[in-house]
Design a protein around this ligand. Sequence first.
Ligand code: AMP
Ligand code: MG
Length: 535
Amino acid sequence: MNYQAKTPHLDDLIFDNRFTRELPADPEITNNRRQVHGASYSRVLPTPVKQPQTVAYSHEVAELLGLTREICESADFTQVFAGNRQLAGMDCYATCYGGHQFGNWAGQLGDGRAINLGEVLNSNDEHLTLQLKGSGATPYSRNADGLAVLRSSVREFLCSEAMHHLGVPTTRALSLILTGEEVIRDMFYNGNPKAEPGAVVCRVAPSFTRFGSFQILAARKDINLLKKLVDFTIFTDFPHLGEPSVEVYLAWFEEVCQRTAEMIVHWQRVGFVHGVMNTDNMSILGLTIDYGPYGWLENYDPNWTPNTTDSAERRYRFGSQPQIAFWNLGQLANAIYPLIEQVEPLQQAINVYQQTFEQGWQLMVAAKLGLNVYDPEIDNEFNTELLDLLQLVETDMTIFYRKLALLVMDSELSNEVLMLPLLDAYYVPDQLTEAYIVRLGNWLRHYIKRVQSTGVSTAERQKTMNAANPKYVLRNYLAQLAIDKAEQGDFSMVNELLEILRHPYDEQPGKEDFALKRPDWARQRAGCSMLSCSS
Ligand code: AMP
Ligand code: MG
C-alpha cells in the first residue's frame, strides 16, 4: 500500500454499508431482548465503557484498513474501537441467526455480544466489516450480558492473527481493548463467579454471515427473506458466480462446501481444535470464526477436545472435525432446499465437500512428510502407521513434524541415532520402550525409502515440510501465560506472542522457548488444557 492510500484520520474511513442498505431492518429500535422476525438485523449501539485502554493491535489488519501506526496508537482509536464513539458513516447493528448447538436445533441465537459497526471500503475496493465483540447487550443477548472478559478476548485476538499467518482462512482481529470495567463470570459453571476485567475485540472480515443466518429463515419458513439473503451473499461475496438462479444457488453451495473442506484440511494440518463447531459458528466464507474454547493439539490425540462443556460426548474432538463440517453443510443444504427444491443436485454438490477434503487431505499429508506426491496405494497404510505411532506414546504433534525434517536419511543408522532429532517431541521418556523404538525405527526406514523413491532432494524436502509444519503455534499454555500477565496489567507477552506468531514457519533464533512442548505444570491447569464456553 502506498503512502497516499493511507487514511490520515479515522474519520476519513469510507463506509459502504451494503448489509444494512440491502437487507430488511428490524423496525423496533429499543434494545429489549426479543425474537426478531422478517428482518436480518436490529440497529443497536455499543454500550459506552468507562476507561478503555488499548492492549494490542494488529499492524497487518490496520494496513488492510489503511490505518497508520499513529492512528492505532491514538486515544481516539481506543475510544472508537471500544465502542465509545461512532465514526461518520458507521451504521451499528446486530444480526439475526439461529443454529444447531451440539446437534440440536436451538432456534434464534443472533449477535448476542457482537455489534457490527459497518463495512469499510478500503483502497483495494474490498469491503471489510468491522465488528466489536463484547461491547454490550443487543436484542439477541437472551439472558446474558453481551460482554466479554480479557482472557477470552486475548485468546480470540491472538488466535485470529496466528491462524492468518499460518495460512488458515479466518476472520481477523484489529484491536484488543480493555474496557476498564468488571465482568462477572463463573468460569467452570461450578458456582464460583468472580469479577474479571472486561475487554472488546474488533474483528474484521468480508462478512460474518453464518450457516445459521440461513437456517433461521428456513426454520421460520420466511422463504422470501431467505432468497434475499442468499442473493445478497452471492452478489457481495461470490460475485464471480453471476446472476442468482437455481444453477447459481447450487454452484454457490458447492463453493461453500469446497471452502469449508479447505479450511478443515488446514485445521487438521496445524492441529487446531475449534471446540464449538455449532452451525452458528460456521462462516459462509469458509473462515474460521468465533474463537471460544478452542485449543491446539499438544500430544497427538484425535479424541482430544479442549472444551469441558463437551467432555462427555466429545462431539467436536479433533478427529471428528471433518465429519462435523460435513454434517453442518447438510444442515445448510436443508436450509436452502426451498430455493432449489431438488434433492439430487444438492446431494451432488455436498459430495464436493468429501472430494475436496480427501484431495486436500492427501496433499496436506504429503506436504507434512515432504513428499511430492501422495500415492494412496502406498501412503494410506504408511500414514496410518505414523498416526498410530504418534498416539502410542505421548508425542507433541507440532514438534514431531517439524523435527522430522531433520532426519538423517541413512537407513544404516541405528534406531537410537535415527530418532535423535525427534526426542524433543516426547512427553514421557519412560514410554519409549524397546518395542516402540523398534517400531518407530522401522517406520523411519520406510520413510527414508519412500522419500528416496520420489527423488526429492533433502533441501526440497525440508523446504516443503517447513512450509507445512509450523514451528510456532499458539500453544494453550502460552496463551494462558500471556493472559496471566495481562490480567496483572502487563501486556508484553500478548504483544510478544503476536509478533512471534507473525512468522510461524521461520526458525526465529532466540525464540525457541516459545516452541517447547507443554510444561508439566500446564497439564491440568484451567485455561491450558481445559476451557469452558464461559467467556
Ligand atoms: P458461542 O457459543 O460463543 O458462539 O455463542 C452462542 C450464542 O450465545 C451466540 O448467539 C452468542 O452471541 C451468544 N452469547 C455468548 N456469550 C454471550 C454473552 N456474554 N452475552 C450475550 N450473548 C452471548
Ligand atoms: Mg458464536
